[in-house]
Design a protein around this ligand. Structure first.
Ligand code: SAM
Ligand code: SF4
Length: 503
């Protein structure tokens, strides 16, 4: 009879040293703390002209160099910061147009073998109520999320043998299998893109995830500062291996998952260092694979069950600095999508959406089973951390529509093979943004017909008319009449009841 693996023998087989070593250059990884500190020091008082030159480079959709990013991080003049903020939104509009992509997180399990000092899921936290969802429960959660109008999910897991790659793959397939009828239109709907946030894996396991049909694979380095990393991730845990995590996304690329998502947990160490770390990570992915990250995340640490660090860190990032780091990231990696999550309060979300963020979540419940079991979701001991914006999707969509942004549920890029270097090449030539605009309108149209409240529908319809007017008058589309015609006919078909049409 086959014995169930115990946590202790399972963890011993996770890290494959050759799958770290193969990416090192002369035995070294791409984070050199001394180099980061000296770039920050060398560029400590950049001239106004230099900053303006850097802003021009971002506007031409080029990844900045470490010196350039360090210079931006050292700006002190409030007026110059205003120029930076303004340019960040301009860059976003140029690359991604005025759309905001919506998604929902689905927490599948809070079992974890690690002991990250900031996280409620850590093994030593006896207060956490442990639970792993069955496939039926995952389907129920998916149905509840679909009722809100979502089309994109990110599944989140602790690291544990009970939520191993086979469990994750089954979860992905379970999500895709669910069909739910939209109350307002009676049309069937399902999740069209499942992303994953899970611990680093070896390449053969990542290939299994790819085979299950995942979109993006997301791993946050948490902190790029090696000494801090060792302090918050005990050495005797899998997560204690800094380099295993640092190359998680290189391995994903090698496994054929070409949309990878990086991030840092802000509040563990100096925010300027972390921004530099994210840039070096981008540059190393570009060097190895010719393409950078699909998205960048910059979660700020929020209070977690049983974690004093999570509510009392000397490195906590103020709202002012948060704005700065978002804008500098937007300018440093113009092609990357940027995700602000419900960890942030509504007011901050509003601010950073105007600084170039491209994606956000809404109707967010992070308790295990919290979507379908209609729990209040306010008990810290059933989840990973605290959220700042629990508002429903409809409310957030209405708000962004008032700000002039169009909500998008587009999953076309991934389904049409516009991923990895194809999509990044298109983004750098500002072509993908045009497709996004069309697909945003089509998916927003679906949302308005199927789920929106009356107020959101009214507002959304006038925004759509404005968008269509812009599309009709754009030279890019005038030169591509076949695209415009296809868009027009798909738009009418959606009004007539068809669903899931894209370009
Ligand atoms: N266990 C996997 C791992 O560590 O990669 C999945 C990640 S965890 C469930 C998702 C992310 O939540 C972490 O990578 C971390 O950045 C973030 N997180 C953990 N504790 C947090 C806190 N107190 N506040 C905000 N974000 C937190
Ligand atoms: Fe586990 Fe991830 Fe939380 Fe660390 S951050 S304790 S690995 S769930």
């Amino acid at each position: 009879m086959e014995r169930e693996p115990t946590a202790s023998n399972w963890v011993n087989h996770i890290i494959v040293q050759e799958e770290i070593d193969k990416y090192l250059v002369k035995g070294k990884n791409f984070i050199n703390s001394q180099e980061i500190f000296s770039k920050l020091a060398k560029n400590s008082s950049p001239s106004q002209e230099k900053i303006r030159d850097i802003l021009q480079k971002s506007l031409s959709v080029k990844t900045l160099s470490p010196d350039e990013t360090a210079a931006l991080l050292n700006v002190t003049s409030p007026d110059l910061w205003e120029e930076i903020f303004h340019t960040a939104l301009e860059v976003k509009k140029k690359v991604y147009d005025n759309r905001i992509v919506f998604f929902a997180p689905l927490y599948c399990s809070n079992l974890c073998v690690n002991n990250c000092a900031y996280c409620g899921f850590r093994e030593a936290n006896n207060r956490e109520v442990r639970r792993i969802l069955s496939m039926d429960e995952i389907k129920r959660e998916t149905a509840s999320v679909l009722k809100e109008g979502h089309k994109r999910l990110i599944l989140v897991f602790g690291e544990h043998y009970r939520s191993d790659v086979d469990y994750m793959s089954a979860a992905v397939k379970a999500v895709y299998s669910v069909e739910e009828i939209a109350l307002q239109s009676g049309r069937a709907s399902s999740i069209r893109r499942v992303n994953i946030n899970a611990a680093p894996m070896e390449i053969s396991k990542l290939q299994i995830l790819k085979g299950a049909g995942i979109g993006t694979y997301q791993v946050f380095q948490e902190t790029y500062h090696p000494e801090t990393y060792q302090t918050v991730h005990p050495e005797n845990t899998v997560k204690g291996n800094y380099q295993w995590r640092l190359y998680a996304l290189h391995r994903a690329m090698d496994a054929g998952i070409d949309d990878v998502a990086i991030g840092a947990l802000f509040g563990l160490y100096d925010w300027r260092f972390e921004v530099m770390g994210l840039l070096y990570h981008t540059l190393d992915l570009e060097r190895h694979f010719g393409v950078g990250p699909h998205t960048i995340s910059f979660p700020r640490m929020t209070p977690a069950s049983g974690s004093s660090l999570s509510s009392d860190s000397r490195w906590n990032v103020s709202d002012d600095d948060f704005k700065k780091l978002v804008a500098v990231l937007r300018l440093s990696v113009p092609t990357a999508g940027m995700i602000v999550t419900a960890r942030e309060k509504a007011e901050i979300k509003r601010t950073v959406l105007k600084l170039g963020c491209t994606q956000t979540d809404a109707s967010t419940r992070i308790g295990i089973g919290a979507y379908s079991e209609l729990k209040k979701d306010n008990d810290l001991d059933t989840k990973q951390f605290t959220i700042g914006d629990p508002r429903d999707l409809d409310e957030v969509i209405q708000e962004v529509a008032r700000m002039g942004f169009i909500a998008s549920f587009c999953t076309a890029g991934y389904r049409c093979g516009r991923t990895g270097d194809t999509i990044m090449g298109m983004l750098s030539h500002c072509d993908e943004g045009k497709f996004c605009k069309l697909n945003a309108v089509l998916t927003f149209r679906e949302y308005l017909s199927d789920y929106a409240s009356d107020a959101t529908r009214q507002l959304g319809e006038s925004l759509i008319m404005k968008e269509i007017g812009e599309i009709e008058s754009m030279d890019y589309f005038k030169k591509k009449p076949h695209l415009l015609n296809k868009f027009r006919s798909e738009y009418s078909e959606i009004l007539g009841g068809k669903r899931d049409l894209y370009l």
